[in-house]
Design a protein around this ligand. Structure first.
Ligand code: PAF
Length: 279
């Protein structure tokens, strides 16, 4: 596997991969790879001839009081996992390559980024959209794959690709979960043993709410019960539990398909997100 850190070498390497009309799939990540990321890599291998993974902890998507400095980083371990998966190329630029001195252009995400995580993390999705657009321009993949765990992020990236005419296919990969149902996330590494045990209350509450809503329960009641169950289960606070149109992300007060439960909650120092198809 080639590990590349500058754009000129990256362009040459991707051109070489594409020779003979071969396709390239990109899996953008911030590293600290776990089974969830590896499931994206495996999907990429199924749909394209070559897989490029990027690892870049993107400072512009972290707020001033968020965990940019503490975000787990272990490139050697990540690279070993990617070699085992047969990845062709790891794109691992430094901050100075991604955002050279004087960098002053960014993408602004309008209504899709305003609610849910966007409300709790102002500027987050502008940072995500900007870096993902740059990754698309740098790697020029035929396909890019993102996890469905970040459902709002996936919707925003699809919309950005459409709005800005990126010529590539964007695929969502199903959420990978631990045996007890907790969605895999690099941030699960922050949880103490007790918090990790309690964290299962989060997916359980969402599952129960989805079942109740499909069964005809009042949506507001089901969401309020899910919030209460998450806090009862040991979480300190709930940022939001919402029923949304799965595509437009508009909040739904009554169940209609396609619908998705979207949620974020805080336990100790950790903010977890999750989502679930309803119906
Ligand atoms: O989902 C992530 O890991 C990040 O938001 C992404 C898409 C790699 C952009 O930095």
């Amino acid at each position: 596997m080639q590990i590349i850190r500058d754009i000129a070498t990256l362009h040459r390497a991707v051109d070489a991969l594409k020779q003979g009309r071969k396709s390239v799939a990109l899996v953008p990540t911030m590293g600290a790879l776990h089974e969830g990321h590896l499931s994206l890599v495996r999907m990429a291998k199924r749909v394209a001839d070559h897989v490029v993974v990027s690892i870049f902890v993107n400072p512009t998507q972290f707020g001033p009081n968020e965990d940019y400095a503490a975000y787990p980083r272990d490139e050697a371990k990540d690279a070993a996992l990617l070699v085992e998966e047969g990845v062709a190329l790891l794109w691992a630029p430094d901050v100075g390559v991604m955002y050279p001195a004087g960098h002053s252009t960014h993408i602004e995400v309008a209504e899709l980024g305003a609610d849910y995580c966007g409300a709790a993390r102002p500027g987050h999705f502008d940072g995500v959209a900007t870096v993902v657009a740059k990754l698309f321009n740098q790697v020029r993949p035929d396909i890019a794959i993102f996890g469905e765990k970040d459902w709002q992020q996936l919707a925003i990236i699809r919309r950005m690709a459409r709005d800005l005419d990126f010529a590539l296919d964007i695929l969502g990969a199903p959420i990978a979960r631990d045996k007890d149902g907790l969605a895999l996330s690099s941030r699960n590494a922050y949880l103490s043993a007790a918090e990790r045990k309690a964290a299962t209350a989060f997916p359980n509450a969402l599952k129960a709410a989805a079942k109740a809503i499909v069964g005809g329960a009042d949506v507001a009641d089901a969401l309020a019960k899910a919030e209460a169950d998450i806090v009862k289960g040991g979480f300190d606070s709930v940022d939001y539990v919402a029923l949304a149109d799965a595509d437009s992300l508009e909040r739904l007060t009554e169940f209609s398909e396609p619908a998705r439960l979207l949620a974020a909650a805080r336990i100790g120092k950790t903010r977890l997100i999750d989502n679930l198809a309803v119906g």
